[in-house]
Design a protein around this ligand. Structure first.
Ligand code: WT7
Length: 634
């Protein structure tokens, strides 16, 4: 198999050894994959970030430098939900659009260092908007399409965004998603405190939306009038490229800040290595650009490497099962990167669906966002990949910028459901609860030794929280929040989060975020959110709520509805729990701490095997919880 792929076991071993023996030289050499206006003379982060004295612009790296070699090659093939709606942007078209938008932003006073929020459905304009921000040195904050107005308002306020790029509506089958209306509501929530001065509206459909005089404008006419050349802002390597909000164990989402030079090196390096990138590839990553996967492997990685990326507006099985497979067939997709949740949902439709489509263009398959189970991995490999495509299960996080553990096609032997080995230059550690290093085959807390170019710089406005969350728990190492097992051959198997983060369909939700939202409900005295295994979504969200004593039967019934309402309003519909159990108390230790482990087990339907309950302050409550779960699942 080795001739088929750019890496061989030997060249891979060399890479690992080079990275090990002289990281400084190794990363400096890898930085040469980018075009720098001033090349860095140093690699390692000595306090001022990676490639400290390098100067570059990310949009130049993703567009300008490809113009003379592949100006007429498709950079983006966008397939609309409607079969006939296809837009192809060559690298030259992308250049024109990005420059026009960069000029519009500049004309409206957006400057280097300003923040610009992007809230768009799956249209190519999302990528254009990111690159336009990068061109002028503004930091983009891409907001997931499913966020509620309040969730958007929180992020606008925290980032101090001065401009917003949104759409009139999004399309979802026959449904229209009111993007502009949601944005209006989000801005209104903060009233005069909002820093947003401009709202630019992408017209996805003909639908008309109200425009606020002086603040809002349709983007297309402005771009048509703007010049299609725009000088790139020269950035220091460690200047921030973007902020991206993610959930942690506090109630408030954190704005993870990524650098320009280090991040882009990581995006390019990992995209090439794990997807065996070759000229002529058609690369399809199904992620929403609102998540880190959409940043690194829809936009920056593939474009930095001069790939052709495919974007699809629609859903996997709309209007009928098989739609995704048809997109692969039609556009001759070579590389297909998606989530275990999607794979499991598609697997459930039966093998006869994909069998109807010619999937022979596929070369490499990828999975990301949550642990992939053996069955889904095998199905993906055998049925979709026809047994000939390597499946790269890529482990990483918003904070790591790009993949950290992954199979490398041609070089690493697969093991179904294992993310396999750390990438060259990534040094992983397993620690026990006390922070002691574990050797050989072991299971423990996954940490990363030292730094790597893709590591996030900080948390926006809260460097202390960055240190506290990632660097302080195990001094000298980066703490991932995940648990993992390493087998005797050094292969890694991610076991899931060790903190209070729940991963639903690859979407990170903090239990504190849910509990914070629920604390707004007057009738509730406390609540606890836990994750339990879910056949399709990986994890399902379960919530226990405790109403105040003395409520009427009707009030207790309404607690459930209120909970759904407040979670949809505060976070978004994607965070609405599978089950809400109304109980009179939560199991607590004598010092008053909620015992989540127990709540998780009970929510899974366990009725015994809880160990010693005598340490609980209120052991009697266990029976009540078991009954509540049994009644709901009955
Ligand atoms: C968390 C990060 C990575 C981009 C998408 C999610 C889990 C991610 C895997 C994988 C097992 C995985 C981890 C991680 N996770 N990829 N291949 N196998 N678990 O990014 O929202 O920052 O979430 O997702 O728990 O910590 P994110």
């Amino acid at each position: 198999m080795s001739q088929l792929f750019r890496m061989t076991p030997e060249s891979y071993k060399r890479l690992v050894k080079d990275a090990q023996s002289d990281p400084e030289r190794f990363w400096l050499r890898e930085s040469e994959r980018l075009e720098w206006s001033a090349s860095p003379s140093r690699a390692a982060d000595k306090g001022a970030g990676w490639f400290e004295d390098g100067r570059l612009n990310a949009s130049v790296n993703c567009i300008d430098r490809h113009l003379h070699t592949r100006g007429d090659q498709a950079a983006i093939i966008w397939q609309g939900e409607d079969e006939d709606n296809v837009v192809t942007l060559t690298y030259r078209d992308l250049y024109d659009r990005v420059c026009s938008l960069a000029n519009v932003l500049r004309d409206h006073g957006v400057r280097k260092g300003d923040r610009v929020a992007i809230h768009l459905p799956a249209v190519a304009d999302g990528v254009v908007a990111m690159l336009a921000c990068a061109r002028i040195g503004a930091l983009h904050i891409v907001l997931f399409g499913g966020f509620s107005a309040e969730a958007i308002a929180d992020r606008l306020a925290d980032s101090g965004a001065v401009a917003v790029i949104t759409a009139n509506v999004g399309r979802r089958g026959a449904k229209r998603i009111p993007f502009k209306t949601t944005m209006d509501a989000a801005i209104k929530l903060r009233g005069a405190a909002s820093a947003v001065r401009h709202v630019f509206v992408v017209s996805v459909t003909e639908d008309k939306v109200p425009l606020q005089e002086g603040r809002d404008a349709l983007l297309a006419p402005l771009m048509d009038e703007a010049p299609s050349d725009s000088p790139p802002e020269l950035m220091k390597s460690a200047d921030p490229l973007f902020l991206l909000y993610t959930s942690g164990s506090t109630g408030k989402p954190k704005g993870i800040v990524h650098s320009t030079g280090g991040y882009l090196t990581w995006a390019s390096f990992t995209h090439e290595l794990i997807f065996d990138h070759k000229p002529g590839d058609v690369f399809w990553c199904t992620a929403d650009i609102g998540w880190i996967t959409g940043h690194t492997y829809v936009a920056y990685g593939p474009l930095a490497n001069g790939s052709t990326l495919l974007m699809f507006e629609g859903m996997p099985s709309h209007p009928a099962p098989g739609r995704w497979w048809d997109v692969i067939r039609k556009h001759r997709v070579t590389t297909f990167y998606t989530s275990p949740t999607a794979i499991r949902a598609l697997m459930a439709e039966g093998d006869e669906i994909p069998a109807r489509y010619d999937l022979s263009s596929l070369r490499v398959l990828g999975s990301v966002g949550e642990p992939i189970n053996h069955e889904a991995w095998t199905w993906f490999h055998d049925v979709i990949g026809g047994g000939r495509c390597p499946v790269v299960d890529t482990w990483w996080q918003t904070e790591t910028g790009g993949a950290m553990i992954s199979l490398v096609p041609g070089a690493v032997a697969p093991r179904p459901a294992s993310a396999t080995l750390p990438l060259p230059g990534v040094n992983l550690l397993l620690l026990d609860e006390k922070g002691q290093k574990l050797d050989g085959s072991a299971e423990g807390i996954l940490c990363i030794d030292g730094s790597w170019p893709g590591r996030a710089l900080t948390i926006w406005n809260d460097d202390a929280l960055f240190r506290k969350t990632y660097l302080d728990p195990y001094p000298g190492h980066y703490f991932t929040g995940d648990g993992a097992r390493r087998d005797e051959d050094g292969y890694f198997w991610i076991t899931g989060r060790v903190d209070d983060v729940i991963n639903v369909s690859g979407h990170r939700i903090g239990s504190a975020e849910i509990e914070d939202a629920l604390s707004e409900i007057h009738d509730i005295s406390e609540s606890a959110a836990v994750g339990i295994p879910h056949d399709i979504k990986g994890q399902g969200l379960i919530v226990y709520v405790v109403p105040h004593a003395g409520l009427s039967e009707a009030q207790i019934v309404s607690v459930r509805e209120q909970a759904v309402k407040v979670i949809s309003a505060r976070i978004g519909r994607y965070a609405v729990p599978e089950q809400i159990y109304v109980v009179s108390d939560l199991p607590k230790t004598r010092s008053g701490k909620n015992v989540r482990r127990l709540m998780r087990k009970i929510a899974c339907g366990d009725k015994e095997g809880f160990g010693d309950l005598s340490t609980l302050a209120n052991p009697g409550i266990v029976e009540e919880l078991i009954t509540a779960v049994a009644a709901a699942c009955g």
